[in-house]
Design a protein around this ligand. Sequence first.
Ligand SMILES: NC(=O)c1ccc[n+]([C@@H]2O[C@H](COP(=O)([O-])OP(=O)(O)OC[C@H]3O[C@@H](n4cnc5c(N)ncnc54)[C@H](OP(=O)(O)O)[C@@H]3O)[C@@H](O)[C@H]2O)c1
Length: 269
Amino acid sequence: MFQATRPCPKSWETLLAIRQHDVAPLYAYEDTAMALYLPIARRTGKSMVVAQVGQSLDGRVATVDGDARDLSGQDGFDHLHRIRALVDAVIVGVGCVLADDPRLTVRNVSGPNPVRIAIDPNGRIPHGFKLLDGQSETIIIQADDQPIRTDVETISLPRNQDGLLEPADILSALFARGLTNILIEGGATTIEHFLCHDLVDRLHICIAPIIVGSGLPGLSLPPIKALSQALRPKVTAYNLGSDVLFDCVLRANAAEQCNQAHEALAAIT
Ligand SMILES: NC(=O)c1ccc[n+]([C@@H]2O[C@H](COP(=O)([O-])OP(=O)(O)OC[C@H]3O[C@@H](n4cnc5c(N)ncnc54)[C@H](OP(=O)(O)O)[C@@H]3O)[C@@H](O)[C@H]2O)c1
């Protein structure tokens, strides 16, 4: 069986140092984990937006009733926590918050918690949810026609003609706060909005060996007529152990940053 992609302790320590200070790696690394995580850890002055979908073999992210809790395997969860530790902020939609009541903190690996961002245009997240527990910084993105919450920091944005908040406005507001490296953790509706506006640099599709057979699909994009119109990203597959990750490079910016990270790595090996 292929060796699982998992940073050795020294690699992980270095990735966290790069994330904090953008220091160059000091010694040669053999693990493929550096190729996977280095572009996300680096701060280049440009944005890096990663979206992650944890799905079953048949492309489901949750049951019909919205149960998604144990869909990914342990190594898939560890990978997710590594990404959380390497980014500045993690974004979720209100559907995910109401279904899962997530903490969005880093627990499976060592590393800092990201700023937790929930897109909740209509103020639907009730008091008492874990995102509002004060354990880590949280920002709610809401529509500017809603009363401003007093229990948490908020960013108010105008709705567009479809009643939605422009994904580009959301990212701009975060970048203005110095949050440049972003993980969009779900759900699918939220990821789709960013994908449709071509704002995702890298899409991580993490597949667990489970067949749900029904339930919520991983991604739904506007219909296309021919497969020639399908997205065909540059993809690298990683065996995480319990799950298999497809790391899809969607934007030139991400491709450029991956190349730079790989060149930096090659220069010291
Ligand atoms: N397997 C996985 O990787 C994974 C990860 C996360 C969640 N999940 C599962 O996915 C399900 C939730 O996903 P979901 O797709 O239903 O919901 P979601 O993406 O979490 O939230 C969608 C809602 O967020 C708000 N929203 C997001 N982007 C917006 C924008 N640009 N403008 C305005 N509003 C925006 C809207 O709220 P309003 O409705 O108030 O307008 C929208 O209906 C749950 O069952 C959860 O367990 C699975």
